[in-house]
Design a protein around this ligand. Structure first.
Ligand code: TEU
Length: 558
């Protein structure tokens, strides 16, 4: 029964292994470091650990470029360390979900190396095409700047890479390639892994004609997305994967497909249990609302846009399918800096308000490492401070097109992925307890104040608020199963909704501003039981909902 699926009442915690905990002093986080910190996760009460890629990789995109699917990169440990991690996770009653990166491999993967030979049986495992009039086979641009095609002089042919040239796209049209992927997935599941977060899995089916995309004003590249976002055979592939892999482990796994550009209508198909594809997807609508001309051109978020978007996802997946809920991951700037206020006087309040509003939606919440501490964006200044391939390529391309550093850097500072990738802040010591060596990316200097040790000791911390939210989900069926009704859709300051399950109704309200905000109190809620809040309230007034700056509250009626 879909309603009984275990992952509906679960909370997932994402670990970005490079930046979580370093056990051997090389400045890069590793598996033994993570295993040594599992009490932090069980203390928080999360059910699932999602681990970003740990397979052997040249690390061109921090592990999202895999050169061997069935081993562990030495920088993170080895298979024995992985088995120890799985054992320790299971001992604590948690599950472990791996990242599955099969839209592309590394160009150093043996499959790709073989496929460079036109006579190889693996030639067709990737998208090789001859030049068109001496140039790229079509006009698509890559997500990481530049063309989506790279010329391989060895055979005078181009290969497709939607991300960097170090990440050639696999050709899912090829059934042998698909079978190899399914066998690899079963190998991990048989080893004890409890599911997969599937990287850009809605991009695996391409229109084999690879038509030119429309050129928008930014140019010079065309937008190929109509030909690869939720492409022609995407549902066939996911159903086949379900039959060949997922269905063999009934009731045990969690699957979540990362899906840039997915619509709610498509998500309903992907997550309809009757269709046997995926449990849930990561959609990108709400994290694109503050983008202008591209992600590096941020605009202030309008709260009414956020409510409109998340509200549509709530109602679109109300009867069929399931939502995943997130503000943060390793690709997004820190939510407290982006949608809240990371200054000293409002950080805790705004971080806990954001958490409350998100976790009380219907769906499975995801917590990204450090989010539970209210970790903020990194103090990135010059281009030397950046590590991420997406930011660095964007910078180079913009300067080549004539921009000045000061035109480009503000966008990178606000939206760059390195904001999420500074080391986890364990304590106030010099490298925040992350490493005894030199961290691969500097620790945020605010770790002297914002760190796990301090947070655990302070009952009013962001950490303890997350812990209470997770406990509430586990105790209150209305959080998991209740329906969702948006209130005050036109209010630019207050986010408000109800969740109804049987005779229980929850009212959730959050002030998205640093000022006191008020609205008409929804009927019947004056004086209702307060289940949770994130700090002192302003005095109640009959008929008025009045919220202190960044205040959030959860009320209950039975
Ligand atoms: O991300 C896919 C994706 O669409 C974006 O979030 C991407 O990171 C970029 O910011 C687009 O502007 C996934 C992974 O989460 C990301 O870390 C990888 O770099 C990418 O796929 C390629 O594997």
């Amino acid at each position: 029964h879909a309603e009984d699926a275990w992952w509906r009442s679960a909370v997932v915690y994402q670990v970005y292994p490079r930046s979580f905990a370093d056990s051997d002093g090389d400045g890069v986080g590793d598996l033994d470091g993570l295993t040594g910190r599992l009490d932090h996760l069980s203390g928080l009460g999360v059910d699932v650990l999602w681990l970003s890629p740990v397979n052997p990789s040249p690390q061109a995109d921090n592990g999202y470029d895999i050169s061997d699917y069935q081993d562990i990169d030495p920088v993170f440990g080895d298979l024995a360390a992985f088995d120890r991690l799985v054992g320790a996770v299971h001992e604590r009653g948690m599950k472990l979900v791996m990242d599955l990166v099969v839209n592309h491999t590394s160009d150093e993967h043996p499959w790709f190396q073989e496929s460079r030979d036109p006579a190889s049986p693996k030639r067709d495992w990737y998208w090789w095409r001859p030049p068109r009039e001496g140039r790229e086979p079509n006009n698509w641009g890559s997500f990481f700047s530049g063309a989506a095609w790279e010329l391989d002089a060895a055979s005078d042919a181009y290969y497709l890479h939607l991300f960097s040239p170090k990440q050639p796209d696999l050709n899912w049209e090829n059934p042998r390639m698909r079978r190899a992927v399914y066998a690899m997935m079963r190998w991990w599941l048989d080893r004890g892994v409890d599911g997969f977060r599937m990287d850009v899995v809605n991009l695996i089916s391409k229109d084999p004609a690879l038509p030119d995309g429309e050129v928008h004003e930014q140019g010079p590249y065309g937008d190929g997305s109509p030909y690869f976002v939720c492409g022609p055979r995407i549902h066939d592939y996911l159903q086949e994967m379900h039959r060949e892999v997922i269905a063999r482990y009934p009731g045990r796994l969690l699957t979540v497909g990362e899906m840039p550009g997915v619509t709610v209508e498509q998500a309903r198909l992907f997550t309809d249990p009757a269709r046997a594809e995926l449990d849930m997807v990561f959609q990108f609508e709400h994290v694109g609302l503050d983008h202008g001309r591209g992600k590096f051109d941020p605009r202030p978020l309008r709260l009414t846009d956020l409510k409109d978007s998340l509200g549509r996802w709530q109602s679109g997946l109300a009867d069929v399918g399931w939502n995943s809920l997130y503000w943060n991951n390793h690709d997004q700037p820190r939510a407290v800096s982006r949608f809240g206020d990371d200054g000293p006087s409002h950080r805790t309040r705004s971080a806990t308000m954001l958490a409350t509003v998100l976790h009380l939606h219907r769906g499975t919440p995801y917590v990204y490492q450090g989010e539970e501490l209210g970790m903020a964006n990194a103090p990135l200044r010059t281009v030397e401070d950046f590590r991420d391939i997406e930011s660095l390529n964007h910078y180079t391309e913009a300067l080549r097109a004539g921009a000045q550093p000061e035109d480009v850097l503000p966008g990178l500072r606000a939206m760059g992925r390195d904001n999420a990738r500074t080391p986890m802040q364990w304590d106030a010591s010099p490298h925040a307890g992350f490493t005894t060596g030199t961290p691969w990316i500097p620790v945020n200097p605010d770790h002297t104040e914002v760190n796990a040790e301090a947070a655990l000791a302070d009952p009013g911390s962001v950490y303890h608020h997350y812990r209470r939210l997770i406990a509430l989900r586990h105790q209150e069926p209305a959080v998991v199963h209740g329906d969702f009704t948006m209130l005050l859709p036109d209010d630019e300051r207050i986010y408000a909704f109800t969740r109804r399950h049987g005779r229980t109704v929850l009212l959730v309200v959050g002030n998205f501003t640093g000022d006191t905000a008020s609205a008409v109190m929804p009927a019947g809620w004056d004086g209702a039981e307060l289940v949770m809040s994130n700090g002192p309230s302003v005095p109640a007034r009959p008929g008025r909902l009045v919220l202190a700056p960044w205040e959030a509250r959860v009320h209950r009626r039975n």
